[in-house]
Design a protein around this ligand. Structure first.
Ligand code: GLC
Ligand code: CA
Length: 544
């Protein structure tokens, strides 16, 4: 396969949360026209692929992850024409665009569910997962939802229970029904024919449930984690990462492969041990193209932490598979604390072998915004409003986010009121982070900043085949705070990367070459070949 055909292996992705990105009409809510108006800025930054969280028709109970019609656009975000124009405008700039596809469930307002719920013998009854209870007030089995508590909801009218992996207003579709599968494949085809370059697949690993409907076994784990979806004292063997879901990845890949020029791609949101979730990618040609690897969301800022992450991903995602590097998204706490750590982490993210995902705002180091749980708009927080605020804050430190409003605050564009996200007199749908008057794109584009640091990294990654298409080899380390590796490519010079995760200066091995980048030096300055790394400094060296 040619390099071009496998563009998705070399790309860099930027996630847009449309509601929070840019409001073009002053109603306080970001919209599609707003994304279009900011494409030039994203192009100037140098990101290659955009992933937009859902803007399909939806009651917005989970802000778009509850779809009421997969083939129309929510009016607050724009029209079908706007969506088509967005695809075109992205392509006109030589960029790609990936839509979010929620296959697992619909909104309870979707016409299919309204029908399904209407009576036991409705033709759409079997499009969702309905079961008899075990007795009065007792659900069909002990299965827990991903958000905690039983995933079953009782429907009085038809005296049966329906299954919802996430929240009760998001009923799961029944993929054992061939009509459902065909319908969803056709929806995927519909968007691909409109030119969409691929999909991010929401909670993909929940799609198939076991047909036995037997109880899930007990587990001692109170809470799920990125690499172990068991939790709430239950092992999710019958509900998460079911063997049939791996099989389904192959079927979906075949649908995607019907579209050839250009090739399209799939990235799955899955949770589980790295050695297991790599199986979603099959042999690299017959499964999902990529899966999100979420361990990075919690990696400690140490050479050991990042080194172990690298080793684990390199082991389980050997070529032709490709790892992903994710440090934030619309569900997780924002990680950036200090500027120097942010720069170091971006250097790692853009020079490791893998597809990097940047969440909007990470290019300016946007900070996590602690907000009261009691007034949260996020429906997940609704479920946990009884938790005291101090505990919610403590959980964020552990990487668990109950109020996802905190990482979805409006993008900070400039020094104008409301940080230029919306008009001065409008009320943004979520409060801005208090540092918006100082931290914004306008200020960072014109100075030595995180934004320009990322821009430079993206340029280098594009320029150097070793960085976007090379293999990765760990270099021996002389210091506990030093992480170093090199990227090799048969047709291009080898590139070495050195990262100092500590407070001490580290002496580098003597070598020849050219220094292409340092996290500590403004772009315009000449870069002498370093013999030492300053605290938290990272450099890129091109070998002769
Ligand atoms: C995924 C999404 C999240 C959403 C949930 C249910 O985890 O990332 O935002 O609430 O699925 O669709
Ligand atoms: Ca708007």
């Amino acid at each position: 396969m040619s390099q071009q055909a496998e563009w998705w292996k070399q790309t860099t992705v930027y996630q847009i949360y449309p509601r929070s990105f840019y409001d073009s009409n002053g109603d306080g809510i970001g919209d599609i026209e707003g994304i279009i108006q900011k494409l030039d800025v994203l192009h100037a930054l140098g990101v290659e692929t955009l992933w937009c969280s859902p803007f399909y028709k939806s009651p917005q109970a989970d802000f778009g992850y509850d779809i009421a019609d997969y083939l129309s656009i929510a009016p607050e975000y724009g029209s079908m024409e706007d969506a088509e124009r967005l695809i075109k405008e992205v392509h006109d700039r030589d960029m790609k665009i990936v839509f979010d596809m929620v296959l697992n469930h619909t909104s309870d307002q979707h016409g299919w569910f309204v029908e399904s719920k209407s009576s036991r013998d409705n033709p759409k009854r079997d499009w969702y997962i309905w079961r008899d209870g075990k007795g009065k007030g007792l659900p069909p089995n002990n299965w827990k939802s991903m958000t905690g508590g039983s995933g079953w909801t009782y429907d009085e009218q038809t005296d049966q229970w329906y299954w919802a992996t996430f929240l009760p207003f998001q009923p799961d579709l029944n993929y054992r029904n061939p009509e459902v599968k065909q319908q969803m494949f056709d929806i995927v085809r519909h968007w691909l024919s409109k030119g969409v370059d691929g999909f991010r697949l929401d909670i993909f690993n929940a799609i198939f449930k076991d047909t036995s409907f037997e109880d899930n076994p007990f587990s001692w784990r109170p809470l799920p984690s990125e690499d172990n979806p068991d939790g709430f004292f239950q092992s999710n063997v019958h509900t998460i990462n079911h063997p049939d879901t791996f099989q389904f990845a192959q079927e979906l890949r075949a649908v995607i492969d019907e579209f050839d020029t250009p090739k399209r791609f799939l990235v799955g949101e899955v949770f589980g041990p790295t050695e297991k979730i790599c199986d979603y990618c099959g042999d690299g040609s017959d499964g999902l193209h990529l899966v999100f690897l979420f361990k990075s969301l919690h990696v400690p800022m140490t050479a050991k932490g990042f080194g172990e992450l690298l080793d684990e991903y390199e082991t389980h995602f050997q070529a032709p598979l490709m790892p992903t590097y994710v440090f934030g998204n619309h569900d997780r706490p924002r990680r950036d604390k200090t500027e120097e750590q942010a720069r170091l982490q971006r250097l790692f993210q853009y020079t490791a072998r893998g597809v990097p995902f940047l969440y909007y705002g990470e290019e300016i180091g946007m900070k996590h915004h602690s907000l009261p749980l009691k007034t949260a708009l996020d429906p997940m927080a609704e479920k946990y409003k009884w938790i005291p605020q101090w505990m919610a804050t403590f959980m964020v430190k552990q990487g668990i986010l109950l109020n996802r409003d905190e990482c979805r605050t409006p993008m900070q564009w400039d020094a104008s009121p409301n940080a230029g996200f919306t008009t001065a007199d409008a009320a943004p749908w979520l409060p801005l982070h208090p540092d918006h008057t100082k931290r914004h794109v306008a200020a960072q584009r014109t100075s030595d900043s995180l934004w320009t640091c990322i821009q430079r990294l993206l340029q280098l990654r594009k320029q150097h085949p070793s960085l976007h298409a090379g293999t990765l080899e760990r270099l021996p380390s002389s210091h506990k705070d030093l992480l170093s590796y090199q990227r090799n490519h048969q047709d291009a010079p080898t590139i070495r990367v050195y990262l100092n995760f500590g407070k001490q200066t580290i002496t580098l091995p003597t070598q020849a070459g050219t220094c292409l980048f340092s996290t500590h030096t403004p772009r315009a300055q000449e870069l002498p070949l370093p013999t030492q790394l300053r605290p938290y400094e990272g450099v890129i060296i091109q070998c002769p």
